[in-house]
Design a protein around this ligand. Structure first.
Ligand code: HEM
Length: 358
């Protein structure tokens, strides 16, 4: 009797566990909390902040690299650190996908933070959480808003080259296609416009703005205040119409305050000076009544932009990978899954063992 009661209790506990987990994921509520590491790694926020301060102080563009890394992580399988995985024989990662290759940077900054945290509290803080906190700190360090970061993400044991190619928006994509990619992730039109405001920092490569500066650049110009000839000439000299040699030449996406997180990106769009086609479409597309109104709002009201950007970044960070809560892990090295580490270690041990006998 005692045994069957015990079996009954265990079965009930298992059921409750599944019902709670199911309802958590069904309601779309990620099981993330603000104090997730309070007991296990109380200094996590300070460690990340210190490393980010060094990184941004030495090179302000590092802030842009990290913010973009976080975005590209979250749009593929949710924010699960999948973007950080290097390719291996058994894993085709996301780094070589069309919108990432030759373009996505900042991986070493995350490595450095991870190393510091492995000394402070080994095996506790996931790479996905590190990237989310680092992106928040990056924004603050270049003058942007603060928000609290819910934590408790796990690192994926998979990555998806295919999803990276399909889910990530690209520079020459039309407005509706971009909005649909955000909606697919549970982000609204308002989130799309506010998050695009991240282009107030960082640079774009010629490959990504060539079509724009030899296309409708002058047509989207404000008729009362046309774009200066010298600005167009400058962009065209950085990025000639033909030739592969200039493909990696860069220009700032905010030509007024490129290293400051402010709302001048929205003023640029209103002048018709958006560097990427995808940016300018938010203001100039005939299909973009709602996005145009939002651009005007954030240009007129920097506080409204900061508030919405913070809220939208929390939403972006909460795109979780429900699989990774069950099958995920906390990697030791953000570039490698734990199982790859074991294999590498075994291979190393075997080589040492063989070397001793040869
Ligand atoms: C709306 C759709 C978006 C498109 C089409 C897009 C596309 C791009 C492209 C083409 C670049 C230049 C990359 C290069 O030339 O190497 C870029 C840079 C950047 N993007 Fe986006 N992006 C989008 C949204 C976002 C969002 C939501 C964020 C963050 C919340 C973001 C953050 C950044 C940052 C910070 C940079 C500068 C990176 C650097 O300096 O290297 N982008 N983006």
């Amino acid at each position: 009797m005692a045994i069957s009661n015990r079996v009954y209790e265990v079965m009930m506990m298992v059921c409750v566990f599944f019902v709670v987990s199911y309802s958590l994921f069904e309601t779309g509520e990620p099981p993330l909390t603000l104090d997730y590491y309070a007991k296990t790694c109380p200094n996590v926020l300070q460690v990340v902040r210190k490393e980010m301060e060094c990184a941004v102080l030495s090179e302000p563009r590092n802030a842009a690299f990290v913010v973009r890394l976080h975005f590209h992580d979250c749009f593929v399988q949710g924010c699960d650190g999948s973007i950080l995985l290097d390719d291996t024989i058994t894993l085709k990662g996301e780094k070589k996908a069309s919108n990432n290759i030759h373009s996505l940077k900042g991986f070493r900054i995350i490595d450095r933070i991870k190393n510091s945290l492995e000394s402070e509290c080994p095996g506790i803080v996931s790479c996905a959480d590190i990237l989310t906190i680092a992106a928040r700190d990056a924004v603050i360090l270049v003058g942007g808003p603060y928000w609290e970061v819910p934590l408790g993400r796990k690192d994926s044991t998979t990555a998806s080259y295919e999803l990276a190619n399909t889910n990530l928006p690209s520079a020459n994509e039309g407005l509706l296609s971009i909005i649909s990619k955000f909606l697919y992730q549970g982000l609204s039109v308002t989130d799309t416009v506010a998050l695009s405001g991240a282009h107030t920092i960082g640079m774009a490569r010629c490959e990504n703005f060539r079509e724009r500066i030899y296309g409708d650049f002058e047509a989207t110009s404000d008729t009362n205040n046309p774009i200066s000839k010298s600005y167009i000439e400058k962009l065209r000299s950085i990025c000639p119409q033909v030739g592969k040699a200039a493909e990696n030449n860069i220009t700032a996406m905010d030509n007024v305050t490129p290293e400051l997180f402010d709302n001048s990106y929205f003023h640029m769009l209103m002048r018709g000076e958006g560097v990427l086609k995808s940016d300018q479409e938010l203001y100039s597309s005939l299909l973009g009544m709602e996005t145009k109104a939002l651009v005007k709002k954030y240009a007129a009201d920097p506080l409204a932009f900061f508030q919405q950007f913070s809220d939208s970044m929390v939403k972006l960070g909460n795109i979780t990978n429900s699989d990774s809560f069950f099958t995920g892990e906390v990697r030791k090295n953000c570039r490698l899954r734990l199982c790859s580490l074991v294999i590498t270690k075994l291979t190393l041990n075997r080589s040492i063992y063989l070397a001793a006998f040869l």
